[in-house]
Design a protein around this ligand. Structure first.
Ligand SMILES: NC(=O)c1ccc[n+]([C@@H]2O[C@H](COP(=O)([O-])OP(=O)(O)OC[C@H]3O[C@@H](n4cnc5c(N)ncnc54)[C@H](OP(=O)(O)O)[C@@H]3O)[C@@H](O)[C@H]2O)c1
Length: 298
């Protein structure tokens, strides 16, 4: 082979290796679709839950999740891991502005002054000067005073979106009646055994985005080996966990599965290349037991 032909071949090989690396990076960083909140803020439809992920496990799990492509990280003051989450974010090396961080105001901090102080403590632990989504964790105590504090922080640009968690339809209506700014999100328990269709409809009628916590019910009631979920999964070469996440996403609901295992982090991200049929959606709808899988938390 002539010398210039060898050089040309080398260039082609180098280019194709480079292209393969780029395409691998595209595959490795899945594009997670956003939903748009009622104030125009974009929120990833799939994020990473951090309940119980503390200390080193918390730091490493958050850093790993971000490096795999998760951008929404869900924590809370009561999880006792805001510092670990902050360290994990730092370890990931990603720009803060590429992330969507949610944290929550705990019941002990309810009230105008306490809420403001609690917010500053959370920011400090998370090493950030703003929070993307700040939620009242539970409908207890001085909701009106807390909401006023959150509205002020929102207007000052310290919070990009404000919302609630575990609010039923009556609690939502009561808050909206006194609020100057409507909640943007209601984070509630939703999994195949507790589907909350009516609360989803009511929330959405108010313009409130629903977000599902414990999408797997922490594996209770045999979710990961459920015959209906696994059977549906076989058609699409997906697991019961992936079918569950897809079913939630196809309902237009944001969700935040939690794991400390790399393989599960990856598996849970791999839910954007298939579509459950109407028939399969209905089969999952029929699994609803209509009761919380966490009665001890009420
Ligand atoms: N607002 C609220 O009141 C509230 C309440 C509860 C939770 N949350 C939020 O919602 C997030 C998610 O809920 P959650 O943590 O209670 O439970 P979850 O996400 O329903 O389930 C977590 C469990 O599922 C396992 N798992 C994850 N992916 C899996 C997969 N692909 N295959 C098999 N097993 C898998 C994990 O295993 P490993 O342990 O092996 O990793 C872990 O034991 C929380 O982390 C938190 O951020 C909010």
């Amino acid at each position: 082979m002539l010398n210039f032909e060898i050089q040309k071949m080398k260039k082609i090989i180098t280019l194709s290796i480079a292209l393969n690396v780029v395409s691998l990076m595209i595959i490795a960083q899945p594009l997670i679709p956003n939903v748009q909140l009622n104030n125009g803020v974009l929120m990833p439809i799939l994020g990473f839950g951090t309940l119980d992920l503390k200390d080193n496990i918390g730091v490493n799990s958050v850093a790993n999740a971000i490096s795999l492509g998760y951008r929404l990280i869900d924590t809370a003051t009561i999880y006792g891991n805001e510092e670990a989450v902050g360290d994990g974010i730092k370890q990931s090396g990603i720009d803060r502005h590429e992330l969507f961080i949610t944290t929550k105001l705990w019941v002990d901090d309810m009230g105008y002054n306490s809420a403001k102080l609690a917010f500053e403590r959370s920011c400090k632990k998370l090493r950030t000067d703003y929070i993307d989504l700040y939620l009242i964790h539970r409908p207890r105590g001085d909701i009106k005073g807390s909401w006023k504090a959150m509205e002020e922080l929102y207007r000052a640009g310290r919070i990009k979106a404000i919302g609630v968690s575990n609010f039923d339809s009556i609690q939502l209506a009561e808050l909206i009646a006194v609020a100057e700014i409507k909640p943007m999100v209601n984070q509630i328990e939703i999994n195949p055994f507790f589907q909350e269709n009516i609360l989803q409809k009511i929330s959405e009628n108010h313009g409130i985005q629903v977000e599902a916590w414990s999408p797997f019910a922490q594996g209770r009631n045999g979710l990961f080996t459920n015959e209906i979920l696994s059977g549906i999964g076989k058609q699409y070469r997906k697991t019961a966990a992936q079918v569950t996440l897809r079913w939630i996403i196809q309902r237009g609901i944001v969700t935040i599965p939690r794991t400390s295992e790399l393989k599960y982090m990856q598996e849970n991200l791999d839910v954007f290349d298939f579509q459950l049929s109407k028939d399969d959606m209905q089969k999952i709808n029929a699994l609803d037991l209509g009761t919380s899988q966490f009665p001890e938390w009420n």
